[in-house]
Design a protein around this ligand. Structure first.
Ligand SMILES: Nc1ncnc2c1ncn2[C@@H]1O[C@H](COP(=O)(O)OP(=O)(O)O)[C@@H](O)[C@H]1O
Ligand SMILES: [Mg+2]
Length: 301
């Protein structure tokens, strides 16, 4: 079942085009990743999906509703942690949960939520006294307090240390395993590769690739890389081989980049010259390689 359907979504801020023709489909029960460099239009897109921002044009259906026309009805069924979330410094954890909970219509009991997200111990602690990881746990709990069918997390783990980030990943998986659909905005490729069932890579307001992380990695956009050491020899001739795009050498180490069955070709060529490096290694591309291949290596604002 499709939970989110977007086609031809456009949104500009004055002359600044933020979203230029985004199309997406998110299915029930998946963790869907929206990936892209800074300024790619991710936050604008998810804000349009939640009815927090108007679109200039395009078709958007979220849980069968139009976020602009049915915003109130929609927001009752979704939960969100926004990129720029903050709460009053003195608001206590328990008070925040109580404030966000819609009474009387089937929300999770607060003490149960508190236990689930490890907040019981922090119940009376003011927001300003929480660590980054504790704040994020609270934001996740707030996003879930009304048992949403669909949850948006925008840069959930930015600024967290590695332990807190991993703990947060487990929480996101629990949300999905509890039956909700999750849209996760992130620029951490490791996070997307580990967590997301499917991802869309967005660049300059457009979707440049969609698929499961392994589909995208397997498509070959990122290329292949092999490395080995070969003291003293000139390896430049390797660039003549089919599929080889670049040969670099640093001291005795040679690195060959290219496409296709690169390792087999390079190994065969070396063997043909009677060379058998002991440390011949092939590097499999990961989602970060795919991401950089598709969105470029230039720094973004
Ligand atoms: N309120 C705003 N007013 C003007 N420009 C904005 C506003 N919000 C975002 N932008 C611009 O729109 C583009 C997309 O921003 P955003 O959707 O926040 O991207 P992302 O979340 O992928 O970093 C950026 O160039 C950003 O500077
Ligand atoms: Mg953003």
């Amino acid at each position: 079942m499709t939970v989110i359907e977007v086609a031809g979504l456009h949104r500009s801020y004055g002359d600044q085009v933020a979203v230029e023709d985004v199309g997406l489909e998110v299915r029930a029960g998946e963790i869907f990743g929206l990936l892209g460099p800074n300024g790619a239009g991710k936050t604008t897109t998810v804000e349009c999906l939640q009815g927090l921002r108007r679109r200039d044009r395009g078709q958007v259906r979220v849980l069968g509703l139009d976020p602009e026309r049915d915003g109130d009805r929609l927001r009752r069924r979704i939960g969100a942690q926004l990129q720029s979330s903050a709460l009053p410094d003195r608001l206590r954890v328990g008070e925040a949960l109580w404030l966000f909970a819609r009474d009387g219509d089937g929300g999770a009991p607060l003490d149960q939520l508190g236990r689930r997200w490890g907040l019981e111990r922090l119940w009376r602690r003011p927001f300003a006294k929480l660590s980054g990881g504790e704040q994020q746990r609270l934001f996740i709990a707030l996003a879930l307090v009304n048992r949403p069918e669909l949850v948006f997390f925008d840069e959930l783990t930015t600024g967290l240390d590695p332990q807190a980030r991993r703990a947060t990943w487990d929480l996101v998986r629990q949300v999905r395993d509890d039956g909700a659909t999750v849209v996760l905005v992130t620029h951490f490729m490791e996070e997307a590769e580990l967590l997301c069932d499917r991802v869309a890579i967005v660049d300059q307001g457009r979707v440049v690739a969609t698929g499961t992380p392994s589909e995208l990695i397997g498509r070959g956009d990122a290329g292949q890389r092999v490395s080995f050491t070969w003291p003293g020899a000139d390896a430049a001739w390797l660039s003549q081989l089919e599929g080889v795009e670049r040969v670099t050498r640093r001291a005795d180490a040679v690195e060959v980049m290219g496409t296709g069955p690169l390792a087999v070709r390079v190994a065969a060529a070396l063997a043909g010259r009677g060379v058998a490096p002991a440390d011949f290694r092939t590097h499999h591309p990961d989602l970060e390689d795919v991401f950089l291949a598709l969105t470029g290596r230039d720094l973004r604002a």
